[in-house]
Design a protein around this ligand. Structure first.
Ligand SMILES: NC(=O)c1ccc[n+]([C@@H]2O[C@H](COP(=O)([O-])OP(=O)(O)OC[C@H]3O[C@@H](n4cnc5c(N)ncnc54)[C@H](OP(=O)(O)O)[C@@H]3O)[C@@H](O)[C@H]2O)c1
Length: 302
C-alpha cells in the first residue's frame, strides 16, 4: 500500500531536500507559507499558514489522510527574532501545536524539527564540555531558542504518544542560504576572511539529515526527543577553512577571531554539539562525520 506523508516548509532548505528524498513508492504532499512556483524543486508545495487551525484542518481533509508528517517549516531568522518574538512564537510554537493536534486527530506520527539553540552552551563545564544529550535541561539564551523550545513542549503536550522532536544544528544544503555557501562567496569577493573560532558545534548537511528524518517518521519509535546531527565537533572557523579548501580557494587567508568582535542581536551557545546516539541506535547507523558530509556536499556540485 502506498504510504502518504506531509512535509511542511517544503520550499525551505531542509523541506526541499525532504521532498527530493522521499522514500520510493510513497506519496508526499509539500506545504509552505506560499505555494511553490511551477518548476521549483518543491513544485507540489501547497500554500498553508500552519498557525491557522482552520487552514491546517482543510489541509488534512483535502490532502490527507497522512501516515506521517515531517514539520520543517519555521521562523528561522535568528537575529530578527530578537525584535519579532511574538511573530516567531506564532510560527515556531503555535503552528507546531496546531499541527500536533491535527496529527493526533489523524493518528499520524509527527516529526517536528528543532534546534541546538534550546541549550545555553554550557554543557558539562567546568568539568569539560561534552555533547548535549536529549535529557539535558534546555535553557535557551535567545528569542528563537525560546520559541523553538515552546514548540517542542506544546507538540509533546498535544500529541503525547506520537511526537518525535528532532533537534539538529548548523544546517546547510543544496538549496537555501547557509554558512558554507556564504563563506565561499565572501572568499571570492573579499579575498580574505576572519571567522569566529570560539563557537563549537556540528555542521549538519540536509543530505544526511533528510534520510534520517524519513527513517524517524517511518519507524515505530517512541515519542520524545531525538538529537540528529552529523558526527564530530568543530568551530565556525574550522568549517570556513574546510569549505574554502573544498571550493578550491585554499589560498584565501582565513583568520580566527572572537565572537565578541562580531556582536549580533541573538546570543548563540558557545558549545552546542549534540549527542545523536539515541537516533543512531534506532537507525542502526550514525549520520556521517561533518568533514565527510561537507565533502559530499561540495562533490555534488552544491
Ligand atoms: N538552518 C539551520 O541552521 C537550522 C539549525 C537547527 C535547526 N533548524 C530547524 O530546521 C528546520 C528547517 O530549517 P530551514 O533552515 O530549512 O528553514 P527555512 O529554509 O527557513 O524554511 C522554513 C520554511 O518555513 C516557512 N514558513 C514560515 N512560516 C510559516 C508558516 N506560518 N506556515 C507555513 N510555513 C511557514 C518559510 O516560509 P517563508 O520563507 O516564506 O517565511 C520557509 O519556506 C526548522 O525547524 C529550523 O528551526 C535549522
Amino acid at each position: 500500500m502506498t504510504r502518504r506523508y506531509l512535509v511542511t516548509g517544503a520550499a525551505g532548505m531542509l523541506g526541499s531536500e525532504l521532498l527530493l528524498r522521499a522514500p520510493p513508492g510513497s506519496s508526499v504532499v509539500g506545504s509552505d507559507l506560499r505555494a511553490a512556483p511551477a518548476g521549483s524543486p518543491s513544485v507540489s508545495a501547497i500554500g498553508v499558514d500552519l498557525a491557522d487551525p482552520a487552514a491546517v484542518e482543510r489541509l488534512f481533509r483535502e490532502h490527507g489522510p497522512f501516515d506521517g508528517v515531517i514539520h520543517g517549516a519555521a521562523y528561522t531568522a535568528v537575529d530578527q527574532a530578537e525584535s519579532e518574538e511574538a511573530l516567531a512564537m506564532r510560527v515556531n510554537a503555535t503552528a507546531c501545536a496546531v499541527l500536533a493536534r491535527a496529527c493526533r486527530a489523524a493518528r499520524a506520527p509527527l516529526v517536528a524539527v528543532s534546534t541546538d539553540f534550546v541549550f545555553d552552551g554550557e554543557a558539562g563545564t567546568p568539568g569539560g564540555q561534552r555533547p548535549y544529550r536529549e535529557d539535558d535541561p534546555p535553557r535557551p539564551t535567545s528569542a528563537y531558542g525560546r520559541t523553538k523550545l515552546a514548540g517542542e513542549l506544546l507538540a509533546l503536550a498535544e500529541h503525547p504518544l506520537g511526537v518525535r522532536i528532532a533537534r539538529t544544528q548548523w544546517l546547510y544544503g543544496p538549496r537555501g542560504k547557509h554558512f558554507p555557501g556564504t563563506i565561499v562567496r565572501l572568499a571570492r569577493e573579499k579575498g580574505a576572511l576572519r571567522v569566529v573560532h570560539d563557537q563549537l558545534g556540528s555542521p549538519t548537511s540536509t543530505l544526511e539529515l533528510a534520510p534520517a528524518l524519513w527513517d524517524l517518521v517511518r519507524a515505530d519509535a517512541p515519542s520524545g526527543i531525538y538529537h540528529a546531527a552529523c558526527e564530530g565537533v568543530c568551530s565556525w572557523h574550522d568549517l570556513a577553512k574546510a569549505s574554502i579548501e573544498l571550493a578550491g580557494l585554499a589560498h584565501v587567508p582565513c583568520e580566527p577571531c572572537a565572537t565578541s568582535e562580531f556582536p549580533r542581536p541573538a546570543r548563540r551557545p558557545a558549545y552546542s554539539a549534540l549527542d545523536s546516539s539515541k537516533l543512531a541506535a534506532l537507525r542502526g547507523r550514525r549520520l556521517k562525520g561533518w568533514r565527510d558530509a561537507l565533502r559530499d556536499f561540495f562533490s555534488a556540485g552544491a
